[in-house]
Ligand binder design. Sequence first.
Ligand code: SF4
Length: 653
Amino acid sequence: MSSIDFGRVLKIDLSTEAIKVYELPAKDVERFVGGEGIAAKIYWDEVPPNISAFDEANVLIFATGPLTGSGVPGSGRTIVAGKSPQSYPESYTISSFGGEWGAELRYAGYDVLVIKGRAKKPVYIWIRDEDVEIRDASHLWGLDTFAVREKIIREVNDEEAKIITIGPAGEKKVRYASIIHRSGHAAGQGGFGAVMGSKNLKAIAVRGTKRAIKIHDPEGLLALVEKVRRIATLMGVTTESSPLYEGYTKVGSPVVSELIPFIEKYRLRNTGCHDCPKGCHVFLEVPGLGGGEMTCVQFFYGWLQLGAKGEVDEACFLAKQLADKYGINVYELLQLIPYMLVLHEKGILTEQETGIPFSKFPEKEFIETLLSKIANREGIGDLLAEGTWRFADRLGRLKEYLTMEGIEEDLANKFGMVAGSMGYGTGGRGYCAHYDPRDFIVSGILWATGHRDPWSYSHEYIAVVEWSGLDFEQQQKIAEIAWGSRDAVHPIGNPKYDEHEVRAAIIVQNRSAVKNSLPLCDWIYPILCTPYTKDHIGDIEIASKLFTAVTGIKVTEQDLLKIGERIFNLERAILVREGRRRDGDTLPEYVFLYPHRWTGSPPLDKEKFNKVMDMYYTMRGWDVKTGIPKEEKLKELDLDDVARKLREEGLLS
Ligand code: SF4
């Protein structure tokens, strides 16, 4: 067995300006691999449970994985982790972004970057191989993310420097501020841009010229890369007639077809991440608004426009450019804007009092004013910057929001919008709705037991049951391979509330955790179905084969799932230390009250859902009453150290 070429940590304490480089223990790399797993381990070791997201003691972890920079398609994402100011209540979570920054960090010689403390004045970090500097950023404070990128490139005098930065929203600690890379790659969910702002950290620039990533079996890897190119649903392959392409547009991401004429009008090219042939972003250039990259969620304003007036215009791109320049997570706006419109309809928010031109929605005047107020925390923007749940809570209306009492009617009748599914409403824990539990019970389990919106990095289930266009029998064949039973899938809105669906949810969670640790991008992996084989079955073992080719360590998909289970349990232990229990594993009430207006799915049966949750805890090896992992489960997963700490703190029964 070879050892994994991974584990070099660059740790910077902004309070003391101490810069340290160290190696992670080999055992931790074996247990947690990289990315999401290693981030959870570092957080577990370093961060006390009772701090706030903006506390100096919170850490910001940027973690690559052993496949980053190796040439594997879809290995270009970087995990960001820490205590999240966006989650309600604040809790540990992760985010991620694509582009080239993670690979560049590895080429500079580091696999993980840990930021601690708070700088006394605005700073940025410049990493060039072994030279690491904390530089003054007073002159960059207040600038938007695009301007900062250009200025830093000039200052470090290196066109190849890769930069992540926050905008004014991060500086003002808008709870859903994002971290922006290039012109449209964002770590949005989680609000880690605000954590950077709280640390007075404006940007991190990196350039790596020295380190070559070790590849154990270069020839084998090339053959596997070729296979991924052949069977993954990649751009530019002429199989649009396949059922697997239904739901996909020519931009590679699943967006509604009404957006396509707009995209085609302004698209210059497709773009993507390091080593990835998929190119799932589009680079648009709109006269007067400049150029920028977009992927599915950045079309959020287009979706709102479609709901409100039935057509998309340039205000859609303006909304994306402004959000990325200010550094605002567009996903949060997808629940905040419709909610504000409802409050305006009810006379609770007026134009006069707020200064927001509601009558201009969805034209550009509305979005310009709104985003400027949020990013600068100006007037009502100060409250809106707290996020939809906290905003509703401050108005004394959180219960009403979670039950959608009177809200769904207003959305549907006045704005042509619907609560649930792809937006307009809440999914849980402060995050915008995303794949509705009423359609698929697996979604309910993921939302109830996750630490944020789980779907952005767990699309495998929806990719089969919704995007693939495969008939039910074909879906069942894939379900058997992917989730252990043909009964893991059900017709939309018609769950059986049984153990097969629960097992599917558990496997999706475990696979997502390890996938984010290698890392492999959720837009490609796992390759469960494909247009390029006769039976439409992909290659579920491809991730393990890629890992083996790069590291020389022989693993199977089952081995990877076990690592994923370990990571998921460690994350649960973190949440448990922060106070999470079974009674916090909830869904917003409206999914138990109303049918889904778009799909016709009936409301979930609460009693049956509770029984499903009993099954979930039992199958996980967690206490059914409390939702805390049992000691024997932690030990089985080689998490004795975690069990010991939980026991010391009186958290194990
Ligand atoms: S599929 Fe898209 S987001 Fe994922 S690595 Fe490739 S280009 Fe990046």
